[in-house]
Design a binder for this molecule. Structure first.
Ligand code: ZN
Length: 143
């Protein structure tokens, strides 16, 4: 069996998925092999990051008005495509997504914290610091 580590982002995101996933892990005697990492931030931080996001209409490269600007305004550094604000990155839509997260996913996090190997990283700080914390955790888990 290949034991190379891998990550699944955004899963499980509902209580039902969580229970099915834990059952699958138990049946395969894999429960001790899984680590759940929760990247936590304040709602205001998440909303700002979403609303400030720009996406290239050609290659889907993502930029951010707060911390990852393109070299040329509204143009993709990679392909020169025009950047746009996706409708799902609007404030109203982002608030809806955040509410869905609170209703459906947050209970999963509470359950996982009690039952799985669980780590939480604060991500309100600038991206570089978040990556440092994340890499530090990966290094600890790999040891
Ligand atoms: Zn592009």
């Amino acid at each position: 069996m290949n034991k190379k580590p891998f990550a699944i982002e955004g899963f499980p995101s509902t209580i039902n998925q969580y229970h099915l996933f834990v059952e699958f892990l138990k049946e395969g005697h894999l429960l001790q092999t899984i680590v759940l990492i929760y990247l936590d931030c304040f709602a205001e931080t998440a909303l700002k990051r979403i609303v400030d996001r720009l996406t290239c209409q050609e290659c889907s490269q993502i930029y951010n008005l707060s911390y990852n600007l393109p070299r040329q305004e509204n143009r993709c550094d990679r392909c020169g495509g025009i950047l746009f604000h996706r409708p799902e990155d609007s404030l109203a839509y982002a608030k809806k997504r955040l509410q869905t997260f609170k209703d459906k996913t947050y209970p999963v996090i509470q359950l996982a914290d009690e039952n799985l190997s669980f780590f939480k990283i604060r991500t309100d700080s600038p991206l570089k610091e978040c990556l440092t914390d994340f890499n530090r955790l990966l290094h600890i888990l790999d040891a």
